[in-house]
Design a binder for this molecule. Structure first.
Ligand code: PLP
Length: 522
């Protein structure tokens, strides 16, 4: 009975409602327990106390991060066995929850911030990014139009202009002109919104009934988010042309192949309208020749989008900027600050030259959102540049990153990872049992273990087994791709805590496991 009363009191306190039932007479008796457990929805002093505990927990996590297996070793469904099958009726203490995080959640976490994480592409966390996230969570605004928090809109435009300047983008991409930058959640959203803008732009000219004739182009190395965008955008999936690449162009799209495909499609009565070029493909960081591709798009009146989701960050270093030469000809450009730019997920930066194209496709203007600033056309309303209405104050974390590290700090971050990747590449080259299979351009090394002579599948199973064996140690996490039919290992350096010793240790594990496997395979 006591337990039940206590629970009702707690619930009442949580809901901020005066509890009318007589059990409140017992409140004093239970005051101590209540104080421990009744976390208010918001209260400055309680926030301070609890948030300090959380920061301590997170700091301890980072301190001990190397003690966890990088790739979670749990089996599917593990968590259902550890957690109750319904939500608690009564409030629990933060300590209780944190104990569960430690014991039940962390085993099911793959530690993207571990220094031994070399999988996919990095997803940087940093102190500055973390503090920015905290501040954004603290203010918790929903900045869909300027009026809902002028600072959110204006800071976003300013920091994207800062970065556009750092990347030496053309002024057409700045918010001071007809274009501007916007923070999307992901590169997938970025390509979707520009694809839809490009679709509607061409349909305004050729008529809406031409939708089934629109053709999208990209190399076969392009991230699958483009195909998803075509699916969502109502485009014929058959007309999403993923043009073949191979090692002769280091997996970059050939302008001749593009021109030919466009000519064929025009001859068949189709309408080419969109090209997605890559600077740093997901599989091997291939870089498409932007200037030559730009020429083809201009001749054919095709929207030219550049996906530099991962490698764009490197282009703030003068020595890597040339990889986006030609971007001045693009209609839109995207890089993920949340990959390799010390900005916590999510923060994908999209610049467009013609903001009106986005707005024409994505704008709605219901009565309940009307306001003087928007009506007067004096402000940016980012709701019209993205899919959802609501949006977080994400520019805060990017602003924090830019201010607390400065461009020099960010350049040093990029350079250190590229240097470590170059070092890893050297280690691979020195071991004749392995082969580097694509040129290392940034901080990704694509390599494989050479199979014994007469291997039936050209060593694909061998390399598959190698990666499984290495990842099962929990000491390192790497992933794979397939290039020209070959199963290839990818070693992507980019976690902020990674040092040369981690790269050396990872290589040692790879070598040991390769030795063990080759004995079995020979
Ligand atoms: N483009 C490239 C080149 C990528 O490597 C990725 C993801 O790794 C994406 C797009 C999709 O990124 P997001 O998860 O931000 O949608």
């Amino acid at each position: 009975m006591m337990k039940m009363r206590s629970c009702v009191n707690k619930l009442c306190a949580i809901l901020w409602k005066p509890c009318r039932v007589p059990i409140f007479r017992y409140q004093e008796m239970e005051q101590k327990e209540e104080n421990d457990l009744n976390l208010k929805a918001m209260n400055a002093e309680e926030l301070r106390e609890q948030a300090h505990k959380m920061v301590d927990f997170i700091a301890d996590y980072y301190k001990t991060i190397e003690s966890f297996p990088v790739l979670s070793q749990v089996q599917p469904g593990y968590l259902g066995k550890l957690l109750p099958d319904s939500a608690p009726t009564c409030p629990e203490s933060l300590q209780h929850v944190l104990n569960d995080v430690q014991e039940k959640i962390l085993p099911g976490v793959t530690h993207w911030q571990s220094p031994n994480y070399f999988a996919y592409f990095p997803s940087n966390s940093s102190i500055a990014g973390f503090l920015g996230e905290m501040l954004s969570a603290g203010l918790n605004i929903v900045g869909f139009s300027w009026i809902t928090s002028p600072a959110a809109t204006e800071l976003e435009a300013i920091v994207l202009d800062w970065l556009a300047k750092a990347l030496l983008l053309s002024h057409d991409f700045f918010s001071t002109g007809q274009g501007g930058g916007v923070i999307q959640g992901t590169a997938s959203e970025a390509v979707l919104v520009v694809l839809v803008a490009a679709r509607d732009k061409i349909l305004r000219t050729v008529g809406r009934t031409a939708l089934p004739k629109l053709v999208t182009y990209a190399s076969d190395q392009t991230h699958s988010s483009l195909q998803k965008a075509c699916q969502i955008g109502g485009l014929d999936p058959e007309l999403c042309r993923l043009l073949k690449t191979d090692s002769s162009t280091n997996f970059a799209l050939s302008p001749d192949v593009l021109s030919e495909a466009i000519s064929d499609d025009i001859a068949s009565g189709l309408i080419p309208f969109f090209l997605c070029a890559n600077v740093g493909t997901t599989s091997s960081t291939a870089v498409d020749p932007l200037p030559a591709l730009a020429k083809v798009t201009r001749t054919n009146n095709i929207w030219f989008h550049v996906d530099a989701a991962y490698a764009g960050s490197a282009c703030i270093c003068p020595e890597y900027r040339h990889f986006i030469d030609g971007v001045e000809e693009a209609d839109s450009f995207n890089m993920n600050a949340h990959k390799w730019f010390l900005t916590n997920f999510d923060c994908s930066l999209l610049w467009v030259k013609e903001r009106s194209a986005l707005i024409q496709s994505l704008s709605t203007n219901p009565e309940y959102l009307k306001n003087k600033a928007s009506e007067g056309n004096m402000v940016i309303d980012y709701k019209d540049w993205q899919i959802p209405l609501g949006r977080r104050f994400r520019s805060l974390k990017l602003w924090m990153v830019l201010r607390l590290y400065g461009l020099e700090g960010l350049q040093a971050h990029i350079r250190s990872h590229i240097a470590m990747a170059a070092y890893f590449e050297e280690l691979v080259v020195q071991d004749k049992r392995f082969k580097v299979v694509a040129p290392r351009t940034f901080s990704l090394v694509c390599f494989r273990l050479l199979p014994p002579p007469n291997s039936k599948d050209n060593g694909n199973k061998l390399n598959h087994d190698l990666i499984d064996l290495v990842n099962s140690t929990g000491s390192v996490f790497i992933t794979h791709t397939v290039l020209s039919g070959e199963f290839v290992l990818r070693f992507a350096v980019g976690a902020p805590l990674t040092e040369v010793r981690h790269v050396k240790a990872a290589w040692q594990i790879l070598q040991e496991k390769a030795t063990a496997l080759l004995q079995i395979y020979h």
